[in-house]
Design a protein around this ligand. Sequence first.
Ligand code: FES
Length: 290
Amino acid sequence: MFGIAQGALGVQSYEELALFGSSFSACGLIRKYSFHTNDEQTMREYTGIIERTVRLNEHYQHLHLSVEGLGSDLKPGQSFLARRMPERWEPYLREQWWPVDLKTDEVVIERPANILYEPGETVSLLGIIGQPYRYKRTLRNVLLIAYDTPPSPLVMSIPLLFKHHVSVTMVLSGAATQYPTNRLPPELEVIQADDDLGWTNMVMTVGWADQVFVVVRPDDEMERFERVWKRFSELRAGIDKNYLFAVMQTALPCGVGACLACLTPLREGEMCVVCTQGPAIDMTALPFSS
Ligand code: FES
């Protein structure tokens, strides 16, 4: 168990760390814990200026944006809906931009290297989108999995977990193996898995983890999450609540819970509004066939 400080890791209270009891809801715990949702979080438009771009390798770059008034509210799991200015309609929808680092009035965003961004360019950022990742009160080991997609939605959590003496292992599979891990904290264990999300000592890694956060390629998220679910079901006797989380990258047209385009069905007829209650959904609540 680690002695996590109140307010750390995106956690606003000890109640939030301990909220995985009988009232657990897989999708943002919205009913009982509505004070933690974006309903009371001010959604606003920020203006970001690209101060510099840093190429990590041929696949990834970092945009360092100065963002006035952002403060330190942004937590791992949260994101922005971005549109480059002057306004352009390609792509038509705002893009979900995942921060990987936050400093005073500066945020670092991870983007594909094949898109040209110029220093001095202005970006409209709508946010903050979504809920911070929620961690168990007792947490020693966290497993992060990027399955054929960039691990960017998970990266910001790594230094914070280390800061609180939590061990972190990251598994990269498929396209994720192109990720430049040399820039990540040296204490991070990185496992290069095969394209079908297999790796040696898988049983041990899965058994050792207290919590697991998974991103998959968004072209068919639910099918890929189900594949992960089945793989974990084969490796463990059972999957408890609050263990295995799907980090959704569903398209978010509005980001504020208004259009309902991101509604995701859960078991027993419940629905999750991913933009305000996600991105992390407990996989035990997802309607997989087994
Ligand atoms: S994106 Fe509109 S409700 Fe979620």
